[in-house]
Ligand binder design. Sequence first.
Ligand code: ATP
Length: 477
Amino acid sequence: TDDFFKNIVSHAKEYGFVFPSSEIYDGLSAVYDYGQLGSELKNNLKTYWWKAMVQLNENIVGIDAAIFMHPTTWKASGHVDGFNDPMIDNKDSKKRYRADQLIEDKITRYEKDGKTEKATKLQQDLDDALSTDDLARLKAIIEEHAIVCPISGTSNWTEVRQFNLMFATQMGAMADGAEQVYLRPETAQGIFVNFLNVQKTGRMKIPFGIAQIGKAFRNEVIARQFIMRMREFEQMELQFFVRPGTEMEWYNKWKETRLKWHLALGSNPEKYRYHDHVKLAHYANAAVDIEYDFPFGFKEVEGIHSRTDFDLKQHQEFSKKKLQYFDPEINQNYIPYVVETSIGLDRLFLTVLANSLVEEDLSTEEKQDSRTVLRFHPVIAPVKAAVLPLTKKDGLPEKAREISAKLKLDYNIQYDEKDAIGKRYRRQDAIGTPFCITVDHQTLEDNTVTIRERDSMEQYRVNADELTNKIGELVSW
Ligand code: ATP
């Protein structure tokens, strides 16, 4: 599985999906750039989310709030005082770790070694320590389970300390009263402060939702596992406003709906599980993670939280503006309760890569052969089809370009005439293109082309004039 993970990272780089940030300067820790295919895939994932969450729901609308917010926002939300990670340093290697993650890694190891009981017990201990913010207990657990530093191999640890994750910067000219502002650590607060703006201008009636896709920033204590834990990342969040007392019903509904959404991408259901939180964040009365079985174990991809009226109430108190809703059905004013679904786009991207990347053995008795395929669902594939002239002569390139120019109006298409056709098919397999369209001599006679399907490698002929509709059928739901 370590090898599989390495393959994912190197494949992502080799084919232009993800590059380390500022690589010519040796990179910047936990920051990544999306390349030519990565940005297409990411855009398609955003569209898939936006379509499902916003456009297909009459009572959900989307916004795009600024990254900078009034600094009081973060006092009200609790981030200034409470957005901390417990960290611990190894005195020998001088490396810093998140105490809870060291323990989680141990749990994963117990699970892998079949020590299920030990794993369950340790998970409980961890949840208990976290729910009471018991830093001394975290340290004690690390000692009891003889957890060592992966670098130095020793257990010579410091005490566990809290570390705030927000990035701060200055706004305005420094001399005349510069103000400290933060890069937002979550997109949710941009939705809460706009709650009344959207409710009033959109004439929204409870229950309704506000969705948003955008960057978030966290000064993670440790950076690791590729795009799993980044310092600059992207979130796709829904805040769903409901009548107090109905929140558990909506929480359960969203919990189910969101898992279905993941599975609709064609993922293997066995790779997903729910993890109910025992430790609840200060704002929540119920919380669950949707976890994916990454090559390094089950980890959170998405969180569903019942946030009560905590955020709106806090903002009402700090801003001194009423953030209430008049519910005409029961003739009452109240601060709505909120159910949130929050997914990391980059983590989703990683699940999609892990789900899709396969090495296929195609060996026959005559010869050894294999291919690397990204089996993306056609809807999210960065390139929908490649148009390939069989040879570079006899007018085939001209015909192929003509077909490609037409398809480009509707789909992301690649035209490729370099190398033998088999090699070109393999290149498209490796970037997950679901269909290759080959233009050959017969095309010039009867205007038909072959469509080669990525997964089955089967080929069949269709009329070139039908391609736009045909591809449309193949790449839609
Ligand atoms: P973790 O426990 O893994 O740090 P979290 O519980 O702090 O995550 P939330 O605050 O619930 O995460 O954020 C919602 C989602 O945002 C997560 O499910 C995850 O997909 C994504 N996310 C959070 N932190 C990061 C990060 N540093 N890099 C990439 N994605 C992230």
